[in-house]
Design a protein around this ligand. Structure first.
Ligand code: GDP
Ligand code: MG
Length: 671
């Protein structure tokens, strides 16, 4: 298969064949023998292969086939040219009679009896020369309706007949500007759409049929073919009705105002009830004897010349395109097969569902472990939202900053006044120089109450974030299992709300504990308090002796004092209370942040290592009856994709076989 894969053997083969064919055709031209030759043995297998590929509709896979496309304005003589080439009658008439793309496959065969059949809508209808025009009309009605509408579904006509050139051509509806009675208003757009679709691919040869009676640059078909083939390198012109407008025809085809790269061939088709043999004789006579037409070079006139040119062009594009087609088919086939293999297996039993489920849970767990715990982001390199360890620490820092910067954490606020009023209220019948613990606790409680929303808000924010991450990971790992996604998502939600509830009650408890007890074993508390107390003498001196209303306290900052001179008897205690609280509050905040961090880490580990699996499995098994059975159904989109891939693979596989077969034939021919 080596040389077959790269198509080199094929190219050489076609080039050799072309050389043989050209020699024979030249000989035929001199003797006016119809176009029959060993061409059939050479090019025919290739053409057959392409026709088979066309029949398989390989174009649906985006593979373009080399094609001769016949275009022309309405009544320019397209059908007549095809008739002349095939030697049979095609439907002719007023208005558009070609309403669907007609694929004409002409094949020479040695028998004197011709064999004709139509292929369309997956069936074959046999016919004969006398009835073929009617059969085409019937088939057209079946494809495009019996009105005047058109359709893009092709109809194939196979003509096996002695002496016809081996050619496959596509006749398209003629271009008409003005809809006639019974035609849809957008008939022009419809026809133009079909024509463009066929002539746009680089692999198409445009056979532009022009009537000698019109001015070429005004032809709609010229305008269209120039849109897709500006230089005209793949456009060949057939000029019909040479007999009707011989004046100036030579000048028209030599001036080439319309960029026809592959040249002009002037013809005269059958007129009235002439037989095809007579028509060829009349044509030959016309171009030999007519005073004006006889001046046109013989290589540019007559149906046999057209047939020869077309077969040559056809062989050339076959040679040019086939290796590429072979390559594309192989590529697409391989791509489709590997895509199919990548698709999830269809689930066909509860055991398979469970296996798939465990697979999802396992891989989701591993992903979460990486991003939530270990900080490995290889699966989500560019998705910062999923870089969880970093995001969590960021959120924790923000939480800590909020705590430290809130009004409750500012020791200058309402300096000593709060302490004084609390002390006044906690007075009892006791010696005045004891610092009542209730005073300390009631200030502490007020402060803790003041910040109590913050840890709860933080926990809610954290869980909202974790939920988005967990659900997105679960969805990602179950994306091929549409049926599993719903319950996986539900399990994710339930799991997170459960964990969130736990966290919130833990936080509430933690805040509650801070309110109830003032304790720390941290020596920082004592040393901080001592340091702060050392500032007392300076403070008193500034405020009481010197009478300032502002004082700077080391470790606290500039404080403003109002009317505190009136409370001189409790001032010492109030100051002491303030400094104890200031030193202790730092301990409280640190505890709120530290234990939150530990709690967070603990919850995340718990979530990933324990709770998730439990929750998902219990969701799957207990909560919803028949969940597993429902999961055996595939989502419509996945099923559709699988179906499409299977069809593609079948089609491409058959196409590959077709091409493989011709390579075998070529090899055999060489022997
Ligand atoms: P289509 O609409 O392009 O398929 O055109 P047809 O093949 O149906 O031809 C339109 C008309 O032109 C028919 O009446 C043909 O008989 C006539 N016609 C086609 N070719 C020639 C020709 O070479 N000479 C003459 N005199 N009439 C022709
Ligand atoms: Mg026609």
């Amino acid at each position: 298969m080596g040389s077959y894969e790269n198509g080199q053997e094929l190219v050489e083969y076609v080039e050799d064949s072309l050389a043989v064919v050209n020699e024979e055709e030249d000989a035929n031209m001199e003797t006016h023998v119809p176009i029959v030759s060993s061409y059939n043995d050479h090019i025919r297998p290739l053409l057959d292969a392409v026709d088979k590929l066309r029949h398989l509709k390989v174009m649906k896979e985006g593979i373009q086939l080399p094609t001769i496309v016949v275009v022309g304005d309405q009544s320019s003589g397209k059908s007549s040219v095809l008739e002349s080439l095939a030697g049979i009658n095609l439907p002719r008439g007023q208005g558009i009679c070609t309403r669907v793309p007609l694929v004409m496959r002409l094949q020479h065969h040695p028998s004197l009896t011709s064999e004709l059949f139509l292929e369309f809508n997956g069936k074959i209808v046999h016919t004969d020369e006398a009835r073929v025009a009617d059969a085409i009309n019937v088939a057209t009605d079946e494809i495009a309706g019996d009105g005047k509408g058109i359709s893009n579904t092709p109809l194939t006509l196979v003509v096996k007949k002695k002496g016809v050139p081996d050619l496959t051509m596509i006749d398209l509806p003629g271009i008409t500007r003005v809809p006639v009675q019974g035609q849809p208003a957008d008939i022009y757009e419809q026809i133009a759409g079909i024509i463009m679709e066929y002539i746009r691919p680089e692999e198409s040869i445009i056979l532009n049929v022009l009537s000698a009676t019109v001015d070429f640059p005004t032809c709609e078909s010229i305008r269209m073919s120039q849109q897709v083939d500006k230089t005209g390198e793949r456009t060949l012109a057939v000029v019909t009705k040479s007999d009707k407008a011989p004046e100036g025809l030579l000048e028209k085809v030599t001036a080439d105002d319309v960029n026809i790269g592959l040249g002009y061939v002037c013809v005269r088709n059958r007129i009235g009830d002439e037989s095809y043999e007579d028509a060829r004789d009349e044509e030959a006579k016309l171009f030999r004897n007519h005073p004006l037409l006889s001046r046109i070079d013989k290589s540019m006139v007559g149906i046999p010349v057209l047939a020869q040119k077309l077969t040559q062009i056809q062989a050339t594009i076959l040679a040019r395109c086939l290796p590429d087609i072979v390559r594309k088919i192989n590529e697409k086939l391989n791509a489709s097969i590997s895509e199919l293999n990548r698709m999830p297996k269809t689930l066909s039993s509860p055991a398979e569902v469970m296996t798939a489920f465990m697979g999802i849970v396992g891989s989701a767990k591993e992903s979460l472990r990486k991003i939530l715990i270990r900080g490995e982001f290889d699966e989500y390199l560019d998705d910062h939202h999923m870089h969880c360890t970093a995001r969590l620490v960021e959120m924790l820092n923000r939480y800590s900053n909020e705590l430290h910067n809130c009004p409750e954490s500012d020791p200058r606020r309402n300096f000593l006044m709060e302490e004084i009023s609390v002390l006044e209220e906690s007075r009892g019948i006791e010696l005045p120089n004891f610092l009542p613990r209730t005073a300390f606790l009631s200030i502490l409680q007020r402060k803790v109450e003041g910040i109590s929303r913050m840890p709860i808000d933080f926990v809610e924010k954290i869980w909202a974030y974790i939920e988005s991450v967990v659900v997105s990971v679960l969805m990602h790992h179950s994306e091929n299992y549409f049926q599993l996604q719903l319950s996986t998502r539900r399990a994710g939600h339930n799991l997170i709300s459960k964990m969130k509830e736990q966290s919130i009650s833990w936080v509430i408890e933690m805040v509650q504990m801070e309110k109830m007890t003032d304790y720390t074993c941290n020596p920082d508390y004592m040393s901080e308090w001592n340091k702060l107390m050392e500032t007392q003498d300076t403070f008193r001196n500034t405020i009481l002796t010197q009478g300032y209303s502002k004082a700077e306290i080391k470790g606290i900052g500039v404080v403003e004092v109002g009317d505190i001179r009136a409370y001189q008897n409790v001032l010492h205690q109030a100051f002491d209370l303030k400094m104890r609280m200031t030193a202790y509050w730092k301990i409280v905040l640190r505890r709120l942040v530290d234990s939150m961090a530990l709690h967070l880490q603990f919850s995340v580990q718990n979530l990933v290592n324990k709770e998730m699996e439990k929750e998902i499995i219990s969701e799957l098994i207990s909560n919803h009856g028949g969940a597993i059975e429902r999961m055996l159904e595939e989502s419509p989109s996945v099923a559709g994709k699988r179906e499409k891939l299977n069809i593609s693979i079948k089609l491409l596989g058959e196409s590959k076989k077709v091409l493989g077969n011709i390579m075998d034939k070529i090899a055999a021919y060489g022997d």
